[in-house]
Write a protein that binds this ligand. Structure first.
Ligand code: PLP
Length: 391
């Protein structure tokens, strides 16, 4: 049994320095409990540590250039876990998922073309599009009966008018936690095909799927003109600082073109630590991930109950996938400044501002819940007493 309840001894101290720096930069103070970045407080699956330890013991870090074993491990994993087949020849390895997206935007579109995103969405999408001098076209998600949905009418309008060459899909969707259903993806694909836009599907959160939901990769729809950033172990196994990104491109000609650029820039080198950890994770990490998902479900259930009983004005969008929750504080009736004061200065919590994901979401926050339940409980009690004192 993995222990998700205890933090590794020394963890807080070891990370204190870099954490203090980022807290200072983002929130202007360091005395906050961090829940803002999408990584985990937990130790990785034992198989990953074993593989890394063996490599360190070996003490030789000569070139190791074969990555076929990584692709095979990812293909087997997706077959077993999500029941769709992958061709190991369709993968291209890049240093990170965002690197992959940046390359695809540059290779598949021209300067000033539109790249469509569905806001609120992972804030680096806007950055990566703008840094490539492409236009960000926003197709806002809409809340229907308390749940986020795609707005297909607005999507079609944008596809007709805005020179959209890429739809940058986030599935599961960070920060609102939707796992897009097959029917929703089919509708999206139909519109993309009609208006000749390529779907680039960021599936980095694809293994963090909560009970009652089913992950559907864009690749499982067998629509070869679309492609995915699929198979990164970063979120699944808590390997954010030692993981690659994997672009999966079904179309052979397009794969050749992208691969040429990746090779021309020598971006496919990889490193042995990442490769060994990735293979170990996908080959042996299943039981650990199952335990993690059970633990996260407990965290979500506790938060849901706490909010319902103690702070019913704070609305949580319960995630179908990801280990983020999306919180709507608007019913508290506070100004944006007063909400900041409550959360940061009084409750001492570092949550991601909603405006990172959509400039209109001033009264929303994203909270990472891949933490021991005791840490989460403490945070919500801090929030409750800060609110009681201020009202
Ligand atoms: C949707 C999404 N894509 C990409 C990333 C970053 O991936 P990488 O670090 O591999 O570039 C994140 C990290 O939070 C994310 O949420």
């Amino acid at each position: 049994m993995a222990s998700f309840e205890r933090l590794k001894e020394g963890y807080q101290q070891q990370f204190a320095r870099s954490e203090a720096q980022t807290l200072q930069e983002i929130f202007g103070r360091t005395d906050l409990t961090p829940f803002w970045i999408a990584d985990m407080d937990f130790e990785v699956a034992p198989a990953i540590s074993t593989a890394l330890n063996q490599l360190v013991e070996r003490g030789i870090y000569a070139y190791e250039l074969a990555n076929q074993e990584e692709y095979q491990a990812i293909a087997n994993w997706n077959q077993q876990r999500h029941h769709f087949a992958l061709d190991t020849k369709a993968f291209i390895q890049v240093p990170s998922v965002l690197t992959g997206i940046a390359i695809l935007i540059r290779e598949l579109t021209q300067v000033n073309d539109g790249v469509l995103i569905q806001t609120p969405v992972y804030h680096q999408f806007v950055q990566v599009i703008q840094k490539a001098n492409r236009k960000v076209i926003s197709n806002p998600l809409q809340i229907v009966a308390g749940k986020y949905e795609m707005d297909f009418v607005d999507l079609e309008r944008k596809l007709q008018r805005e020179q959209v060459k890429i739809i940058l899909l986030c599935n599961p969707h960070n920060p609102i936690g939707r796992v897009w259903k097959k029917e929703e993806l089919e509708k999206l694909v139909a519109l993309a095909n009609q208006y000749k836009a390529i779907i680039v599907s960021d599936e980095i959160h694809g293994d963090i799927i909560h009970q009652g939901h089913q992950f559907n990769s864009i690749i499982s729809l067998q629509q070869d003109q679309h492609l995915a950033l699929l198979g990164s172990p970063a979120k699944t196994f808590g390997m954010q600082s030692i993981s690659n990104g994997y672009i999966y491109i079904p179309q052979e000609e397009r794969k050749k073109k992208i691969n040429h650029t990746v090779e021309a820039m020598y971006l496919n080198h990889g490193n042995a630590l990442t490769a060994y950890a990735t293979i170990a994770a996908f080959n042996h990490g299943g039981p650990w991930l199952d335990e993690l998902l059970t633990y996260l479900a407990g965290n979500i259930a506790w938060i849901q109950q706490f909010l319902a009983q103690e702070m019913p004005l704070v609305k949580m969008f319960a995630p179908e996938g990801t280990y983020q929750i999306w919180l709507d504080f608007s019913a508290l009736g506070l100004s944006p400044e007063a909400l900041d004061q409550l959360l940061v200065a009084q409750a001492k919590l570092a949550l991601s501002p909603g405006t990172w994901f959509d400039q209109n979401c001033v009264l929303f926050r994203r909270m990472n819940i891949a933490s021991p339940l005791s840490k989460i409980q403490k945070a919500f009690h801090q929030l409750q007493s800060a609110y009681q004192q201020s009202s």
